[in-house]
Design a protein around this ligand. Sequence first.
Ligand code: SF4
Ligand code: SF4
Length: 430
Amino acid sequence: MKIYSFPRGGLSFDDPTVPPRNCSVTAFLPGLSVIPFLQHTGTRAYPVVSVGDTVKEGMIIGRGHNSGSANVHATVPGRVIRTVSWQMAGGFTNEALVIRMEGSFERLGKREELFPWESLSSYELQRIIAEHGIVEMDGAGRPVSDMISALRNIKPLTLVVRCVFDDPWLAADYVLCRERLKAVAEGSLIMSRAGRVSRIVFAFSHNEKELGEALLAEVEKRDLPSSLALVGSRYPQRNRRELELVLRNYEKKEALELGSLLILGPATLAAVYDAVKLKKPVLDRYVAVGGSAVKAPQVMKVRIGTRISEILAQCGGFIGEPRRIATGSPLLGRTIYDLDEPVIKTSYAVFAMLGSQAGASAERNCISCGECREVCPVGLDPEELYKQSAGREPAYTPASECHGCGCCEVVCPSRLPLSRVILGDKGRED
Ligand code: SF4
Ligand code: SF4
């Protein structure tokens, strides 16, 4: 089977501090949950409960009010004891409810009822997905209902199930894909009906071919055209630009007509399954917890709202003082300054690094080695763009082609913050 890879640049790398990918461990339920009103890229939900109110597991506590916002749910039963707020990157303030766990669980430990969806219309499925607050859990975090609306009249449309593990820190999505294979498969079918897509393509890293074939076999039982495209595992193969590039080659080679692409990952599709088939909002997230400072790295199934300090403690704590603690991949992660920050719908990894891994040395001047140009998948000159954007050219506007993959920054021996400076406020694309 042919393997489709983007033509230039990129990085292949391994990280021994990533947790093992053999299974997940269920994290303890949090005594105190912190549930933010904004858990994705977009606008926050409005609170519909107040301090002192009793909430049930899975109950709506924040209501999305326009496109870009999504409903937020309590993930444990209990009482709202206070609100908290903190400053996020970009200077805006996020607000959260703190829930003290009390009372009995509606769903946890109970047999789950399965709801048929096959006779529901696209609009009914979209409404259920919106009601349960489903957002892209492995991408930019857009509400899935908004994505369906944006593509409603576009034909043909292909659902691309993105299982491209080009970054070892995607371990949680890999484990989820294995442990919840049937949910991901049925979630793909539900999404196909909701989005009126005409084909499903499973885009899999070539070294996970067997998993891709198992997923395809689940879907082939239905009559929707579906196929498996094996793609390279060089980072940033999963980025939209690089993925679309290789899928257009696949389309040509296989004589298909893919049309527009709706790209979603396994965590999102499992959440779509939960919403429609189980009538359950996103209560948990698979999270890879590791890094050189963590005693026992593991992939954990964590209740949304669990504080990061608690999951680090469940991994045995630290073996030394961490220099950096962050969410996401070390390539693009966001540093955390308060360990009371919670796991949210879009948290796929948490890492804590010792100084030896984080890199203790300071920035130096560019030595014009050209490494950054070698790895840029877009063919840009990051050295030049950095110099312009660092203030030497006042008329500079961020390079529109740069999607912020971070490859240039990783290889720079002078430790210059290339992609962060080049992108400025534009933000990274997915
Ligand atoms: S990799 Fe860093 S040091 Fe080398 S040319 Fe690029 S910016 Fe300069
Ligand atoms: S961050 Fe931008 S400039 Fe740097 S390698 Fe990626 S696309 Fe190229």
